[in-house]
Design a protein around this ligand. Sequence first.
Ligand code: SF4
Length: 223
Amino acid sequence: MIFMKEYKQEEYLMLSGIQHFAFCKRQWALIHIENLWQENYHTAIGNVFHEKVHDGAITEKRGNIITSRAMPVHSSALGISGECDVVEFHLDKSGVKIKGRQGRYTPYPVEYKKGVPKKTEVDTLQLAAQAMCLEEMLCCDVNSGYLFYGQTRHREKIEITHELKEKVTDIFQQMHMLFERGHTPRVKPSKSCNSCSLNDLCLPVLCKSKSAKGYIQKMLNEV
Ligand code: SF4
């Protein structure tokens, strides 16, 4: 991986923010810069689904696979930290050593999602970011992972290409720039707004040029 700089821990952004950013830059900024969040049907179901994934032993070994759940990950090169739902370590001569285990293993991140595979690449980008964290932490290449969808009960193998990793790097650089400036992009109404958990707070029609926080503050001042 080629990176421009190393971020300090206090500069780290949430890894999972990449899915918000890829969905809508403004949504990401509202959540991560303005600290606004609103639960809707989709996010509530997603939370319950993730709780089920994390319900069980943190690490277990079955055959040639070690499964680690809720594994914290980070990357100083990307300036991010977060958690992998599951990381599978497959016994593999060309893999890496794991403390306290015999043999060598290759890690595969597995991200669990409710619903069905999306038409956009938001989930793939999140998985690729997890893979890049694992690469940095374990000093190895992670070139594939899995997306598991709750509605289809099926997992899909995802190739994490060099191009995908470059895209992830570029996105996090954009996120850091916006975060440093504290800048929330303006509203750009799109189809995404219909399923956006922040639709009511973003007020896409009413505040095309204002920050949501400023708008809400103004409304409160008028009460
Ligand atoms: S309502 Fe639309 S513009 Fe506003 S944050 Fe959501 S997706 Fe973005």
